[in-house]
Design a protein around this ligand. Structure first.
Ligand code: NDP
Length: 357
């Protein structure tokens, strides 16, 4: 039987984190789940009712991850933690407010690392949910000859000064992920912690919501799911509306990035590594096609676009990281499965939203 770990999972109510939590519990690990408020924890308790009041699951409210010693109370545990998965970070790009990203991402990361040193020196490994946004400069030209292939060694070129002065939330979000991840690597390089670090850099994360009954309006969804809902299924959208251009082709299934977190916290060879966990290309037109196939009853709603035009333009960038498979041992689900498993959930949310208008 595999070793079971005592794990602190931050931002546990998030879209990705709920899948991580489910997989951790199913694998027999013991988890303390943190969220910003008791109401978010109460929602989690409903979803994970089977594990509530068992030694496998407990909770902590961390109201402000930027506060000094923010995580100290949450990190105190008996049995002590040996793993920390830090997913909590702002990723809500609508409505545009560029000022919300940098401080919680960077300070939230350094706070938890300092807390581990102070309160939980038993932690052997920390997994940080970074992003492809930390890898690619999102405002740079996507097309080149030859095309740019991003790897786990690339970093976006945004400076902290540019980000602080920018009113574009895409710029500040990217910078928040870059400087949070850099802060974590610097912490380890400077020998401040007695733990190993692993960083995961997912691109667009799509696929089913762990518990769609938590949602009754599109605006409650996380950024990446909201995009699909908003483009293709929100109340009022019509099949004759255009399919919007693809701004991010690279993607990964939410269940796979969750599994990547479990592998990152357990695979010995993953220590000290950064992984660009991308399953390849997925265009908006392909999303429309899969949604229309999965939901024939919504043929008057989901934009048709040009179903044959699914390829990305010549010269558009790509990604490559063979260590995801060779070191982590992660393989990817198909894009069709990701979108088709999400499709009926979004219909349910659109119906609840329409009923409330
Ligand atoms: P969610 O919005 O569902 O989850 C984000 C989590 O972070 C929530 O628990 C949220 O809490 C918490 N959080 C947000 N802002 C703050 C803040 N200021 N202080 C404390 N906690 C905060 O998004 P995802 O699940 O998609 O994202 C999880 C992680 O994955 C993030 O680090 C994100 O950058 C990263 N990521 C996501 C991608 C995607 O396509 N989804 C792609 C690449 C990386 P609350 O509910 O209270 O707001």
């Amino acid at each position: 039987m595999a070793t079971s770990h005592r794990v602190l999972l931050t931002g546990a109510n998030g879209y990705i984190a709920q899948h991580i939590l489910a997989q951790l519990l199913e694998a027999g690990h013991s988890v303390r789940a943190t969220a910003r408020s008791q109401s978010k924890i109460d929602a989690l308790k409903k979803t994970f009712a089977k594990y509530v009041d068992t030694p496998q699951l407990d909770f902590a409210v961390v109201p402000d991850i930027t506060a000094p010693k923010a995580f100290d109370a949450a990190l105190a545990s008996d049995p002590p933690f040996d793993r920390v998965l830090h997913t909590a970070s702002p990723f809500f790009i609508r409505p545009a407010d560029s000022s919300v990203f940098l401080e919680p991402a960077i300070k939230g990361t350094t706070e938890i690392l300092e807390g581990i040193v102070r309160v939980a020196p038993s932690v052997k490994r920390v997994v940080l949910t970074s992003s492809f946004a930390a890898v690619r400069t999102m405002t740079s030209e996507p097309i080149r000859n030859p095309p740019k292939i991003y790897t786990n060694e690339d970093w976006n070129k945004v400076t902290l000064e540019e980000a602080q002065a920018s009113e574009d939330p895409n710029v500040t979000y990217s910078a928040s992920k870059k400087f949070a991840e850099k802060a974590a690597w610097d912490f380890v390089k400077e020998g401040k912690g007695n733990f190993e670090l692993v960083a995961l850099c997912p691109p667009g994360v799509y696929g089913p919501i762990y518990d769609p009954s938590q949602f009754s309006k599109g605006k409650e969804l996380n950024q990446s799911t909201w995009i699909i809902y908003h483009m293709f299924l929100r109340p009022g959208v019509k099949s004759t509306d255009p399919v919007p251009p693809t701004f991010l082709y690279v993607w990964v299934d939410v269940r796979d990035i969750a599994r990547a977190h479990l592998l990152a916290m357990t695979v010995p060879e993953a220590a000290g590594k950064r992984f660009l966990t991308s399953a390849g290309d997925l265009s908006m037109q392909e999303m429309a096609n899969y949604l229309r196939e999965a939901l024939p009853e919504k043929r008057d709603v989901i934009p048709i676009g040009e179903p044959e035009k699914t390829d990305k333009p010549e010269g558009w960038y790509g990604t490559e990281d063979p260590t995801v498979q060779s070191v982590l041992g992660l393989t990817y689900r198909s894009k069709e499965e990701a979108i088709k498993d999400l499709a009926p959930q979004l219909v349910g949310i659109a119906e609840r939203e329409a009923a409330s208008l």
